[in-house]
Design a protein around this ligand. Structure first.
Ligand code: NAD
Length: 470
């Protein structure tokens, strides 16, 4: 386990990239620093009448663009350093995918499995109330989202609490993203981070030169994948990778790991876990004694999608995967990254690869501010244009298209189509941008350093536009 603090590790990576830029020292230190951290402790009444004290944080790393944005995590390991580090990654992530937000992150130090639903609701509402009191939440201030241990349910409690405290604000529901659809959520947000992870991996695998260097064929087809964490990000990433032609040979969860060289069906494993309470003993798969063993399995792509500090100097030398796709935030420590790169592997960095969540959160925020569902204005119009066009072609050629094909071509985009298409475009163009920066440095830098350079340049430009720095 690395002894270097998480935020220091992020800053080590930052410094390495900053050395390739020409920005003034002052602006670099302003970009790097975490602007504000709020630590709250509050009492919660348990269902049995006892009182427990809860520690929670919200860090706002950079207000160069407003609102600031970042998830809220519920985990026993949450601490101030972690929240600050994750908020910094959010700043760089938003810059990389050109989402106009500053970075933030929140966390509550609890194991969600130790609390009932009503206790979790009380904790979430109280946390939101504390954020409102200190101006740490609001559609133009700070907009949280789901992260490890939270989802649409928690976001709906936050939205409802904020809305009930600020009833004259017609944009109140834009105070948080990742909400259920009836509360202003956007279709495709739940799957967004996993889907974005898939698009990012697919794009990386499509670059023939890079694959050749790894001794792999271009394309996703047949690539052997191991996924750590079958939660929101890991499940959807695994599912889309499988649909895209990859073979999921290993899955690790909290309770253990399973391995099947011929491939695992992701939905069947998820169903098995729901029914049996564990991924272990999945028919046709081999159980691994320790879940961390899955990281060292023979595969082409390793997708850590659980928590930070999973690949350290302790196990980096035993990682067999040639591509490490960081779906989680900070799964590879800075020193382990160096070791993996020295061994000729490719690391697709977290601040790019898991940016699908914040990208679709951006779409949700825009939907909430515009008060109109994506596709509402243009879907039928486009269908009418397409229908007229096809009918004209049919009349001119004297041939009729089969109905199913006709309907597919005519189909106008609905909200989910537009969201997924916007996400795909973002993940592809951002990967190409990072790859181009790497190329400009004669491929002598990593994708992570290239991503940092790109982010630093964009944030520095934003500060200059604000007139704060010359
Ligand atoms: P989640 O709570 O939905 O799922 C995480 C899963 O990992 C859980 O099922 C948990 O049991 C499992 N897990 C924990 N420790 C493990 C271990 N040692 N080995 C194997 N499995 C383990 O969380 P999530 O939302 O999927 O987040 C996962 C990671 O992705 C985090 O680093 C988070 O910051 C990052 N992330 C999430 C989002 C999002 O939209 N949810 C966006 C960007 C980044």
């Amino acid at each position: 386990m690395s002894t270097i603090k998480f935020f220091d590790q992020v800053n080590q990576n930052f410094d390495k990239a900053a050395a390739y830029t020409k920005h003034d020292k002052g602006i670099l230190s302003q970009i790097k620093i975490c602007n504000s951290v709020y630590h709250i402790t509050f009492p919660v009444k348990r269902d049995d009448g006892s009182i427990t004290t809860v520690n929670a944080w919200r860090a706002e790393h950079s207000q160069h663009k407003l609102p600031v944005k970042g998830g809220i995590r519920y985990a026993p390991s949450v601490n101030e350093d972690e929240v600050m580090a994750l908020s910094a990654l959010m700043t760089y992530k938003c810059a990389i995918v050109d989402v106009p937000f500053g970075g933030a992150k929140g966390g509550i130090r609890i194991n969600k499995n130790d609390f009932s639903e009503s206790e979790l609701e009380r904790i979430t509402r109280r946390y939101t109330f504390e954020l409102i009191k200190k101006n740490f939440i609001g559609p133009g201030i700070d907009v949280p989202a789901p992260d490890y241990g939270t989802g649409a349910r928690e976001m709906s409690w936050i939205a409802d609490t904020y809305n009930s405290m600020t009833d004259s604000n017609i944009n109140a529901f834009a105070c948080v993203t990742g909400k259920p659809i009836p509360q202003g959520g956007v279709r495709g947000r739940t799957e967004a981070t996993g889907r974005g992870t898939f698009f990012g991996i697919r794009e990386a695998c499509d670059i023939a030169d890079d694959m050749k260097r790894l001794g792999l064929k271009p394309g996703l087809d047949g690539k052997r994948v191991v996924v750590q964490g079958l939660g929101n990000v890991g499940y959807y990433a695994a599912k889309f990778l499988q649909q895209g032609g990859a073979v999921i040979v290993g899955i690790a969860e909290y309770e253990g790991a399973i391995y099947a060289p011929k491939g695992l069906d992701v939905d069947a494993v998820a169903k098995h876990r729901r029914e049996k309470g564990s991924i272990l003993d999945f028919p046709g798969a081999k159980n691994l004694a320790k879940n961390s063993e899955a990281l060292e399995l023979d595969c082409d792509i390793l997708v850590p999608a659980a928590l930070e500090n999973q690949i350290t100097m302790d196990n980096a030398g035993r990682i067999k995967a040639r591509i490490i796709a960081e779906a989680a935030n900070g799964p590879v420590t800075a020193d382990a990254s160096e070791a993996l790169l020295a061994a000729g592997k490719i690391i697709i960095p977290d601040m790019y690869l898991n940016a699908g969540g914040v990208t679709v959160s951006y779409f949700e925020w825009l939907k909430n501010l515009s008060h109109v569902r994506f596709g509402r204005m243009n879907k039928r119009f486009e269908e009418d244009v397409n229908t007229r066009l096809l009918r004209t072609v049919e009349e001119m050629t004297g041939k009729k298209l089969p109905k199913a094909l006709f309907d597919t071509i005519v189909h106008g985009p609905d909200e989910e189509d537009l969201v997924n298409s916007g996400l795909e475009e973002t993940m592809i163009s951002s990967y190409r941008q990072i790859r181009e920066v790497k190329h400009q440095h004669n491929d002598a830098i990593s994708l992570r350093t290239a991503a940092f350079i790109s982010a630093i340049n964009k944030v520095a430009l934003a500060y200059k536009e604000l007139g704060i720095f010359p």
